[in-house]
Design a protein around this ligand. Structure first.
Ligand code: MSP
Length: 528
């Protein structure tokens, strides 16, 4: 039986259309899921949407739609965005799904029956027109952060979860399982900022929010945010339903990948809920940094004075989904923040995708066609130093990529390792000079060896790349007649069939005129 691997994205708020920022987490999870499939694991990848709460109800109202009409449109757009970016999820959970609603009610009742949830009074600052409670720290100049009007002190009856009981258990969890929360710096944040000052019990229902899951034994209360949202990771597997086979198979999750702003909920509240339910904890929570647009987390159309188009729905069809995936996966050191600019995006397409990978593939295929009628020459064990060096790079890069993904989900370093293969192979062409070898009949064997070694480098790198850039790698693997490849095939030099003809390949990534594209994109962003 193959090893299981269960990975999740956060479930996103569909209060507006998804941004490139949301794509960041999703593309990372997709690449990690695909890489684990390459490793032969039995992978389950879940994403979805967090559909309850005042903000959604308000957004629907503003759009003159019912909540479900509004949500269905955003979710249809989200699903088509994931399709566009080749996100190969196994399950898309919506918190309005019937099975989720029922399971959440069941979980709530169980926590109540076990004494972890009790009824009390919630006190807070209340904005009457917005029908919203705010904490002191959320207020802006003492006023409602949404409508900027005065707020009043208000109390309402609410249920609370006994989070205060879990401080020591959480400290023990972090101490006994240093892998639980990554990067490590986030553990200190949790301890210093939240656990050491003392955890307060958590208000888990509202009577003022109508768009939510009602508590089944006290329906004027709706279940507020976190018990509804966090539990998606188990209800999506069927926990609490008649068919919980996925839950039995895949839980506990191998990793919840989330943005750093919601680490607290995943590293404090979620484990506490699971402990209270007596359910095993996820193996790891990874809090990544933000993709910043002119220093801001939200992608705005104007960031640096000139308009920038950061809509993946425009960028992917124009430059390929792989190019969008590439910038998201490569540019940000995993765990830290990183800046996105259109110029960086376009320059990466040219330098890495067109000049490095694309060029290697097109030069090799065209030399193979010109000198060997596109027929794969036979493989010989490398004897020359330069050949050995190329194969050493392939082996090291493959092992490094695996190590980076398995130990730390570090997609950026893994991709950099894979591109080392392509850089090395491009240098190999310059040093071995196949175009010179072709002129000398006596060097025919050497030319065969050089071309085959280049094909091996392309094959190896492309198999690894298939987890990150599925479209271009499929084209190349198809041209090489390779199907259903796995990680173990990377170093198998007998996979390519000697004497077989490879197919023609078009240009994978045309070189861009960056200045021209910047202008075009700017016009698009300004709606011209
Ligand atoms: N609904 C909650 C999560 C519940 S999970 C049980 C939520 N939703 S959200 O729509 O606000 O999405 C937040 C997530 O989107 C972040 O955690 C992050 O994964 C992703 N990102 C949104 N903008 C981002 C950037 N600019 N950069 C990186 N990630 C960003 O919070």
């Amino acid at each position: 039986m193959s090893e299981k691997f269960y990975i999740t994205t956060p479930i996103y708020y569909p209060s507006r259309k998804f941004t490139l920022g949301n794509c960041y987490t999703t593309v990372i999870c997709d690449a990690v899921a695909r890489f684990n499939k390459l490793l032969g694991k039995d992978v389950f990848f879940m994403t979805g949407t967090d559909e309850h709460g005042q903000k959604i109800a308000q957004a629907a109202k503003n759009a003159n739609k019912t909540e479900m009409e509004y949500l269905d449109e955003i979710i249809a757009d989200a699903k088509s965005l994931w399709k566009l970016l080749n996100i190969d999820y196994d399950k898309f959970i919506r918190t309005t799904d019937d099975y989720h609603v029922k399971s959440v009610q069941k979980i709530f009742r169980e926590l109540y029956d076990k004494g972890y949830i009790y009824k009390s009074k919630y006190k807070g600052k209340y904005c009457v027109p917005c029908e919203s409670f705010w904490t002191e720290s959320q207020l802006v100049d003492g006023k409602c952060p949404d409508c900027h009007r005065d707020v009043i002190d208000q109390e309402e009856e609410a249920y609370f979860f006994k989070l205060s009981e879990f401080g020591d258990k959480l400290l023990k969890l972090y101490k006994d399982n240093p892998e639980f929360l990554k990067p490590e710096s986030r553990v200190n944040e949790m301890i210093t900022n939240f656990i050491k000052p003392g955890l307060d019990d958590l208000c888990v229902t509202r009577t003022s929010v109508k768009w939510g899951i009602p508590v089944d034994f006290d329906p004027k209360h709706t279940i507020y945010v976190w018990i509804d949202a966090l539990t998606n990771y188990i209800t999506g597997l069927g926990y609490g339903t008649e068919d919980d086979s996925l839950y039995k198979n895949y839980w506990p999750a191998d990793v919840h990948v989330i943005g750093k702003e919601i680490v607290r909920f995943h590293a404090i509240i979620w484990p506490a809920i699971l402990m209270a339910l007596d359910i095993p904890l996820p193996k790891r929570v990874f809090g990544h940094g933000w993709l910043l647009f002119g220093g801001d987390k939200l992608s705005k159309s104007k960031t640096t004075g000139t308009a920038e188009c950061v809509d993946p729905r425009i960028l992917a069809p124009r430059y390929t989904a792989d190019a969008v995936r590439y910038i998201l996966l490569r540019e940000i050191p995993f765990g830290s923040d990183g800046n996105y600019t259109t110029e960086l995006f376009l320059n990466h397409i040219n330098s890495d995708l067109a000049n490095n990978y694309g060029n290697l593939v097109s030069r090799t295929f065209s030399m193979l066609k010109k000198y060997r009628n596109s027929i794969v020459p036979k493989f010989e064990e490398p004897v020359e130093e330069i050949d050995k060096d190329l194969f050493e790079t392939i082996t090291k890069s493959a092992n490094d990529a695996k190590k980076y993904i398995e130990s730390n989900f570090d997609v950026s370093k893994a991709l950099a390792s894979i591109f080392d293969i392509f850089s090395k192979a491009n240098k190999y062409i310059e040093v071995t000079e196949p175009y010179r070898l072709a002129k000398d009949e006596a060097k025919a064997d050497r030319l065969d060896a050089v071309l085959r070694n280049l094909l091996e480098a392309i094959k190896a790198g492309t198999i690894l790349l298939s987890a990150f850039l599925p479209d271009c790698s499929k084209k190349v693997l198809d041209a090489l007649h390779l199907k259903n490849v796995k990680f173990k095939d990377v170093l198998n030099n007998d996979l390519l069939l000697t004497g077989e003809m490879v197919d023609e390949l078009g240009i994978l990534f045309p070189r861009l005129d960056v200045q021209k594209e910047l202008e075009e994109l700017s016009k698009i962003a300004e709606g011209k």
